[in-house]
Design a protein around this ligand. Structure first.
Ligand code: NAD
Ligand code: IPM
Ligand code: MN
Length: 330
């Protein structure tokens, strides 16, 4: 049966790269029943809809959501990002953001292969806090980080389960326990308790600042990295940058319990600086579609697509998409 896919191209390069991802999946012979959802900055400016509860309810009827990117300089920062992307992550309980990185970092002579498991529903993203005396010299803004035992544990448990499927079986916790003593303590204790259930799995801990050094200078030390929402956001742009570029970085926003659809999107954003110029690398979107196919039980098509993405080149958006699609058809 055809997979029912909700497609949100979104803003900037989002629709451009998403079109290539669909082209490649169709070339791979995957049966898709796609529905375009006109959401993002342009829609918001037209009629005010960001993501209504009715549209969200409709999205629940799909097997998966394929998203390009959202956010545009025409709308104040956060309006679309929070109202659309974060609303989906929170409401659909997409509590794992899985971001794989395979590539050769600058100055290294062989590829690394690690995956970041980013907690996706908590931390500073929750929006806890507020502002007092806005616009005055005495303005105070606070933005708290919410970390629940349940939320932290399910994410860490996912990371350990994923490690069981990998050759090295190694999990690194990344946090900032030396400063964020409340949240860090919760993460560290939970990590240690879950780790005790996996005696064959090796573990490590890095402070997030040091992890930035190792991502660049020693990425081979990593297998599975688990971290909070904001650290994971920042580290995964760095992960992309050291793994062939942000144009290759894919992600899966997963509801591992499958109580609704999961969402698949590149790590990168809407890239307003290159939008509309057929310049964006569509590979991140194509590889995100491959993650979607893995999740939908099509591992062969996913693997074919991944292989076709190897050195697919750096031409225009459509020509890279065409190259990958042609290889997939062979
Ligand atoms: P960005 O990822 O859009 O761009 C950062 C840099 O990377 C830019 O120089 C851009 O040209 C380049 N780049 C990104 N994707 C590329 C690709 N596929 N090929 C080649 N180059 C690529 O980050 P930004 O500029 O900080 O954000 C722009 C907008 O996107 C903001 O509104 C932001 O909130 C939003 N955003 C959305 C998502 C998402 O929807 N998942 C992710 C990140 C940022
Ligand atoms: C990402 C993006 C989002 C995030 C923004 C657009 C809300 O940067 O998916 O990495 O911070 O999670
Ligand atoms: Mn990001």
């Amino acid at each position: 049966m055809a997979h029912k896919i909700a497609v949100i191209g979104g803003d900037g390069i989002g629709p451009e790269v998403t079109a290539e991802a669909i082209k490649v999946m169709e070339a791979a012979g995957v049966e898709l029943d796609t529905t375009d959802f006109d959401l993002g900055g342009a829609r918001y400016l037209r009629d005010g809809e960001i993501l209504s509860d009715e549209t969200l309810a409709e999205l629940r009827n799909y097997d998966a959501i394929l998203l390009g990117a959202v956010g545009t300089p025409d709308v104040p920062p956060g309006v679309i990002e929070r109202g659309l992307l974060l609303k989906m992550r929170f409401e659909l309980d997409l509590y794992v953001n899985q971001r794989p990185f395979v590539g050769t970092a600058p100055g290294h002579d062989r590829p690394h292969d690690f995956v970041v498991i980013r907690e996706n529903t908590e931390g500073p993203y929750v929006g806890e806090g507020g502002v007092l005396r806005r616009g005055t010299p005495n303005e105070v803004a606070t933005q708290g980080s919410v970390n629940t035992r349940m939320g932290v544990e399910r994410c860490i448990r996912y990371a350990f389960e994923l490690a069981q499927t990998r050759a090295r079986k190694h999990v690194t916790l990344v946090h900032k326990t030396n400063v964020l003593t409340f949240a860090g303590d919760l993460w560290e204790r939970t990590f240690d308790e879950v780790a005790a259930e996996y005696p064959d799995t090796e573990t490590a801990y890095n402070h997030v600042d040091a992890a930035c050094i190792y991502f660049v200078q020693d990425p081979h030390r990593y297998d599975v990295v688990v971290t909070d929402n904001l650290f994971g956001d920042i580290l995964t742009d760095l992960g992309g940058a050291v793994s062939g570029g942000i144009g290759l970085a894919s992600s899966a926003n997963l509801n591992p319990d499958r109580t609704g659809p999961s969402m698949f999107e590149p790590v990168h954003g809407s890239a307003p600086d290159i939008a509309g110029q057929n310049k964006a690398n569509p590979t991140a979107a194509v590889l995100s579609a491959a993650l979607m196919l893995d999740f939908l039980g099509e591992p062969d098509a996913a693997e074919t697509i991944r292989a076709a993405c190897d050195d697919a080149g750096s031409g225009s958006t459509t020509s890279v998409g065409d190259t990958i699609a042609a290889r997939v058809r062979e």
